[in-house]
Design a protein around this ligand. Structure first.
Ligand SMILES: Nc1nc2c(ncn2[C@@H]2O[C@H](COP(=O)(O)OP(=O)(O)OP(=O)(O)O)[C@@H](O)[C@H]2O)c(=O)[nH]1
Ligand SMILES: [Mg+2]
Length: 452
């Protein structure tokens, strides 16, 4: 990979600056060609003029040169920060291409960083998740991981497993009567904290997936309870049509809001009722589907009306969604109350949050709902979180191998025990590096003094 790649690193939109990046052996030479300037001390911002090959001036810019291996990719890297806009950066990029660079493919800078050992796989993945993250605390966790948090985690587990193998291997050749008493229990006890740690990390990683992807919150209820009014109140704008006619909203309406530090997809749904016409029924089917896909449900009931069959139908639907965060909202608190709220809540004994009494018309809905949902949108994240499915699978495999290792312990088959632990090590290595596990194990074992 000795060719030099170039790309515009900033989004194609109007902004104050745009950045063109170069990486590869020719980076400095291309920079010199473009700027008609020879001297670029590394890691210094230099004010330069950028010229087209024809000699026409393109822009005044800041240029930075990073000498290999002290750069993001580990190669010679140059950056040109020019004025933002749709055209200037493109023209500078074209000039770079004419001067000998090749257009980079997506992710190619990071790929080079990986192959040059500047970042391991976990850091690349953390970087990707950091860019994609929809929520502030997840972004922080990923930034930590980018600095090597996952590597430290893997290293700690690896050391613990290597110790287990060492203990087992020393004893493999011993006659059974010479083995220490309670050996299976000793080894199992040694293994327990590691296994617990892995299981906890897996659980948390799966549970926090929603925080990475952003929550979906659906507003459900029978027709006319004020769902669209609540959506508008939360968006602080008249997004959905509100009317006293039951069945006003016929399709789902979705908007993204920023709630408790997370991007939340807010879904207003068609009021759920029996006996609706064909089109409304299609809308109702969508309401139910969106409700099932949500992590959080705002279930609306009308305080100004007595409970009816439609409300009871909603209660049945909620009963089938007990694993979700359900916030019951008793709306129209500005009207004379007729709803028997005790009877209603008795049908929902599994609720984790107390019901919220409000008026979508008159209450400050956004702060009220934000506060009510805060405990369910916890933003404290552990040091290590595995955001990708392949990492979660690697961890699951590690746990499975450790569990398999427990069986041969009973019959004191130490060789088989060590074999499973080695498998666990191999799966564990996939968290940070997808290949070369064989070689890595070789190095690790050579550092480890068996029989000590
Ligand atoms: N008094 C009072 N009226 C409300 C309140 N919230 C909504 N309404 C009224 O209730 C009626 C229905 O409101 P919508 O927001 O359209 O109700 P919806 O649940 O979206 O209804 P569908 O889309 O038909 O399912 C409208 O006339 C609203 O003005 C409230 O808190 N107090
Ligand atoms: Mg509506």
């Amino acid at each position: 990979m000795t060719d030099t790649i170039a790309a515009i690193a900033t989004p194609p939109a109007l902004g104050a600056i745009a950045i063109i990046k170069l990486s590869g052996d020719q980076s400095l030479k291309i920079l010199q060609t473009l700027t008609h300037r020879q001297h670029f001390p590394p890691r210094r911002a230099i004010l330069v003029d950028c010229f087209e090959p024809s000699g026409d001036l393109l822009d005044q810019a800041l240029a930075l040169y990073f000498q290999a291996p002290h750069s993001y990719t580990g190669e010679d890297v140059a950056e040109i920060q020019c004025h933002g806009g749709l055209l200037v950066a493109r023209l500078i990029l074209e000039a770079c291409l004419k001067a000998g660079a090749r257009l980079a493919t997506s992710g190619e800078f990071s790929k080079r960083a990986f192959f040059n050992g500047r970042m391991d796989l976990s850091q690349i993945q953390a970087l990707q998740q950091l860019i994609e993250s929809q929520n502030a605390s997840m972004a922080k966790a990923m930034a930590k991981q980018l600095k090597g948090g996952l590597q430290d985690f893997v290293q700690t587990i690896r050391t613990a497993l290597l110790e287990l193998i060492a203990t087992a291997e020393v004893l493999i050749d011993y006659a059974e009567e010479d083995l220490p008493e309670n050996l299976p229990e000793t080894l199992r006890a040694k293994m327990r904290p590691t296994l617990k740690k892995l299981q906890h990390t897996l659980e948390v990683s799966k549970a926090k997936q929603a925080q990475l992807e952003g929550y979906t919150l659906s507003i459900v209820g029978k027709p006319n309870v004020g769902k669209s009014s609540l959506l508008n109140a939360l968006l602080l704008q008249e997004r959905a049509i509100v009317s006293p006619l039951a069945g006003t909203t016929r399709d789902t309406i979705e908007e993204v809001v920023y709630l408790n530090g997370s991007c939340v997809r807010l879904v207003d749904t068609a009021g759920i009722r029996e006996g609706a016409d064909f089109v409304e029924s299609l809308g109702i089917a969508r309401s139910k589907a969106r409700m099932q896909e949500s992590q959080i449900i705002l279930a609306l009931f009308d305080l100004s009306q007595e409970m009816d069959a439609q409300d009871r139908h909603i209660l049945d639907l909620l009963n089938a969604q007990q694993d979700k965060t359900i916030l019951v909202i008793l709306n129209k608190s500005d009207c004379t109350p007729k709803l028997d709220t005790n009877a209603l809540l008795a049908k929902l004994p599994f609720l984790k949050a107390p019901p919220l009494v409000l008026s979508a018309k008159e209450s400050p809905c956004l702060p009220l709902i934000q506060e009510a949902l805060a405990p369910f949108m916890q933003t404290d994240l552990p040091d290590v979180i595995l955001p990708t499915l392949s990492q979660q699978e690697a961890l699951e495999a590690t746990i499975a191998h450790l569990q398999s290792a427990q069986k041969p312990l009973k019959s004191l088959e130490l060789e088989l025990f060590a074999y499973h632990i080695k498998d666990a090590l191999e799966s564990l290595a996939k968290l940070t590096s997808p290949y070369n596990t064989e070689e890595m194990l070789g190095v690790m074992f050579s550092q480890f003094c068996l029989g000590k």
